[in-house]
Write a protein that binds this ligand. Structure first.
Ligand code: PEP
Length: 254
């Protein structure tokens, strides 16, 4: 099965040269393993450069995306980057409502919904990130919070909407901590998310991803998951030796 791996580089690397070098390693990986589908989310300032680097490869299994999108298409919104701009810069995907972005900008689910509608209007494939913000323990699943994140973010979608679309389950306690959710929790939550999507007639259209400390070690267990369509990876996506191992495991064991 063709698995999708989404590389969230967050606010890294800190120089253009390092970014070029790291992206070259991703290009190499995509070239060597055509059965994996890779998407890289670099900081905004590197999008143009990576888009040009990507064009020279003609790789069909590698794309770039943005880490956020403005709620409006243009206008007096200092510091914001809009969907049409991202599209023009070669982005195909966009992360929406990543927990770090939700926290930094204190985003409401209604604002996430606006961003999502903008992504669809701009022809970008959204990866809507959801996860328990308030959970105190790693075994408790806050279903009402998840349900609200999904239903509010997905309201007022265009009726003719047919694009590819992903929902990434990322428990906040698992992001960047080295702790991953158990396969049992991920399966349970994926099932719940699919039920919520079914209520909106989106169950067959939306892929489910898991994110939270996926690395070359945790992937050995996570790869056994049957309900997820891919992984959103932060820290390990900055280290070629780690992401190459993840790609190897995902492509040989699914
Ligand atoms: C993320 O940034 O979405 C993420 C899951 O990070 P990490 O893999 O480092 O936990």
């Amino acid at each position: 099965m063709l698995k999708k791996l989404f590389f969230n580089w967050k606010m890294n690397p800190v120089s253009l040269q390092e970014t070029r070098n790291l992206f070259s390693q991703v290009i190499l990986a995509a070239n060597n393993q055509p059965t994996v589908d890779l998407v890289v989310f670099p900081p905004y300032v590197y999008l143009s450069e990576l888009s040009q680097q990507l064009q020279t490869t003609r790789l069909a299994n590698l794309s770039i995306g943005a880490q956020d999108i403005a709620s409006q298409a243009f206008g007096a919104y200092t510091s914001q980057i809009s969907g049409p701009m991202l599209k023009d810069f070669g982005c195909q995907y966009v992360l929406i409502g990543h927990s770090e972005t939700r926290e930094a900008y204190k985003l409401s689910n209604q604002q996430i919904n606006q961003k999502l509608l903008q992504s669809l209007e701009s022809g970008l494939i959204p990866i809507l990130c959801v996860g328990h913000q308030t959970d105190k323990t790693i075994t408790e699943i806050n279903y009402p919070e998840l349900a609200e994140q999904v239903t509010v973010a997905l309201q007022n979608l265009p009726t003719e909407f047919k694009t590819e679309f992903y929902l990434a389950y990322e428990p906040v306690w698992a992001i960047g901590t080295g702790k991953t959710a158990t396969n049992q929790i991920i399966e349970e939550v994926s099932q719940f998310l699919k039920q919520e999507l079914a209520k909106l007639s989106l169950a067959n259209q939306v892929g489910i991803l898991y994110g939270g400390s996926v690395d070359d070690v945790s992937i050995q267990e996570l790869v056994k998951l049957r309900q997820v369509d891919g992984f959103l990876i932060g820290g390990a996506s900055l280290k070629p030796e780690k992401f190459n191992k993840i790609i190897e495991i995902v492509t040989t064991q699914t």
